[in-house]
Design a protein around this ligand. Structure first.
Ligand SMILES: [Zn+2]
Length: 214
């Protein structure tokens, strides 16, 4: 039995171009990378295909430890027998790799945020049909509560996306090893929001508690 298909030819073609244009001219750099990773930055971003983390922040291989999930959410610290992919990534990044910066990167036009906003507004949404997405997006619900409901939907969705980033940063601090590293000054936490259509990155200012465009 095998449900596994042969590797797609268009990906074979792309790989060969990468090997010729990227690997061969820089083979020594790649051989050095093979000896181990030592990234200073961990990024938690959305799975969305438009969030091209390494491109936006000009990262080279080996520089960023990246974890992606639906809507760049971090759950609170919780030890159970379930499978905690995000928590495991945070644990490895902070404890084993000892990253110096941990960035939660949200983005505009996030389907996860739009679905959760609609759910919280009492509308039937696509996520209702999904077994895992719906439960996962429940993590974002607290970001809906403080919204200015007089604002139009677009403004509310952006505010919800940004508040969710702040909530994820707060949740990170419920992990004892994150709190310890942050208290000692070994680790700093950051939030940012990328609007791909405008090419704008907004970063969270902990003093003003607002996202400010760079
Ligand atoms: Zn997204």
């Amino acid at each position: 039995m095998s449900g596994i298909a042969p590797f797609p030819s268009f990906l074979v073609e792309r790989y060969r171009i990468w090997r010729e244009e990227n690997f061969t001219p820089h083979q020594a750099d790649y051989e050095t990378l093979a000896s181990g990773q030592n990234p200073d930055v961990m990024v938690i971003s959305c799975c969305d295909s438009r969030v091209y983390v390494a491109d936006i922040l000009k990262a080279r291989p080996g520089e960023f430890f990246v974890h992606r999930n639906i809507a760049n959410l971090v759950p609170p610290f919780k030890l159970t027998d379930d499978y905690h992919g995000t928590s495991a990534a945070v644990e490895f990044g902070v404890r084993a790799l000892e990253v110096k910066h941990l960035l939660v990167l949200g983005h505009a036009a996030c389907g996860g945020v739009q679905n959760c906003h609609a759910q919280c507004s009492g509308e039937a949404v696509a996520a209702d049909d999904y077994q895992f997405v719906k439960q996962w997006l429940n993590l974002m619900r607290p970001a809906f509560d403080g919204l200015d409901k007089a604002q139009n939907r677009e403004a509310q969705v952006q505010a919800m996306a940004q508040q969710s980033i702040v909530n994820s940063l707060d949740n990170l601090l419920t992990f004892p090893f994150v709190a310890t590293a942050q208290m000692s000054g070994a680790l700093t936490l950051h939030g940012a929001y990328h609007d791909i259509g405008r090419g704008i990155l907004s970063v969270y200012n902990p003093q003003t508690k607002h996202f400010e465009e760079l």
